[in-house]
Design a protein around this ligand. Structure first.
Ligand SMILES: *Cc1c(COP(=O)(O)O)cnc(C)c1O
Length: 366
């Protein structure tokens, strides 16, 4: 927490606005628009809920296909299933680790050839790194397919000076406990289309019709963010820029202390991309590291009781998504085999960082 959250929560208690709705929800939505440049925002109970509503609003239904990045967390793909649609997974490029525009083009061509035009594209900005948005949006626009931008990990990051979450038809954010800012749990749907965001709010409140009694013409959801959580979010937004600076400084520190090790490569940040460096991630190429593997380092951390994880396991390798189409060249499989997320909390001290660095250097015998 940044310090001001508790005051805002106390204010919510004092005003007795505890339930969903309330002045903090509206203010939080406005502040999210200011931070991202999006026209409108709906504050929701999770990022997953935001992706689900985006798919519903794009008309994705039973039997449809939706293209999704393979290299991501399962929450990017699960809502496709909620709609009875099926995912088509597309691999990453090596420059940002996000969806490859070339493979996206190839996937679309192939689906069109067999008469299955995808209804939407879910792209992801993994670990806060922007995808190659210019190329991705060109492909999507050429084929007239709407884009959902999963910016769950990427609040505070930008591409060519423009905030992530503001490029697609819809952008989604997450305020889950592990993200760069948190409301303890929450998310948001962003769009420049006012009527779509209003419909999202209505769907998130059980889709009540405008009538004095309880009337429903559509199936709704209980997806709204509470006034208490929105109060926490408003306090967190005040420290977002500071968090991004801290995360980026931590990345620089790790890179300067570990970048000389053979075969070690940190997640690149190409020209025009500004990552929030949510997590510091790197890969170890066993061909160049004198045999040291990602697993050696992961197990060494584990023995030291330091929590760390491999990079996301691609969706096309997940048991639950077996058998769905996949267009790839092995990039995300390599990243999964060779990659590791380092401890990246903004409360880490220099001594904590040194402890992490020492574990890695010992693995390399340096
Ligand atoms: C966290 C996350 C989500 C889901 O957000 P929740 O708020 O946890 O539902 C979706 N996509 C990605 C890439 C995430 O990291």
């Amino acid at each position: 927490m940044g310090g001001e959250e508790l005051e805002l929560v106390k204010e919510a208690f004092a005003s007795n606005w505890i339930a969903p709705l309330g002045p903090h929800v509206t203010a939080f939505e406005q502040e999210l628009c200011q931070v991202t440049g999006a026209g409108y925002a709906a504050a929701l109970s999770s990022g997953t809920a935001a992706i689900h509503l985006a798919l519903i609003l794009l008309g994705i239904d039973r039997g449809d296909e939706v293209i999704c990045a393979s290299f991501t967390f399962s929450a990017s793909a699960n809502p496709i299933h909620y709609q009875g649609a099926s995912p088509v997974f597309v691999d990453s490029e090596a420059q940002t680790w996000n969806m490859s525009p070339e493979l996206l083009e190839r996937a679309i061509q192939e689906r069109l050839r067999i008469g299955r035009k995808p209804g939407a594209i879910v792209i992801v900005h993994l670990y806060g790194m922007p995808a190659l948005m210019k190329q991705i949006m060109e492909v999507a626009q050429r084929h007239d397919i709407p884009v959902i931008e999963d910016a769950a990990e990427a609040l505070g990051a930008s591409y060519r000076g423009r905030a992530l979450g503001s490029f697609g038809h819809f952008g989604i954010l997450s305020f889950n406990g592990n993200k760069i800012i948190t409301t303890s749990g929450g998310g948001a749907l962003l769009s420049d289309d006012r009527s779509l965001v209003e419909r999202a709010r209505n769907l998130s409140e059980q889709a009540r019709d405008a009538a004095p009694h309880y009337q429903h013409s559509q199936i709704g959801y209980n997806y709204r963010l509470s006034n208490i959580c929105a109060a926490i979010g408003r306090g967190q937004l005040r420290v977002l820029a500071q968090r991004v600076a801290q995360k980026r400084a931590l990345f620089e520190r790790y890179q300067s202390l570990l970048g000389d090790l053979p075969g070690v490569a940190f997640q690149p940040e190409p020209e025009g991309c500004f990552s929030n460096r949510w997590l510091t991630c790197f890969t170890i190429d066993p061909q160049k590291s004198n045999g040291v593997t990602r697993e050696d380092v992961r197990l060494a951390f584990s023995a030291e009781n330091i929590d760390c994880r491999p990079l996301w396991k691609p969706m096309h390798l997940q048991p639950v998504f077996q058998g769905y189409p996949y267009y790839g060249d092995g990039t995300s499989e390599r990243l999964f085999d060779q990659g590791l997320c380092l401890p990246s909390g903004t409360a880490m001290t220099e001594a904590d960082v040194q402890r992490v660095v020492d574990v890695v250097r010992v693995c390399f015998g340096k």
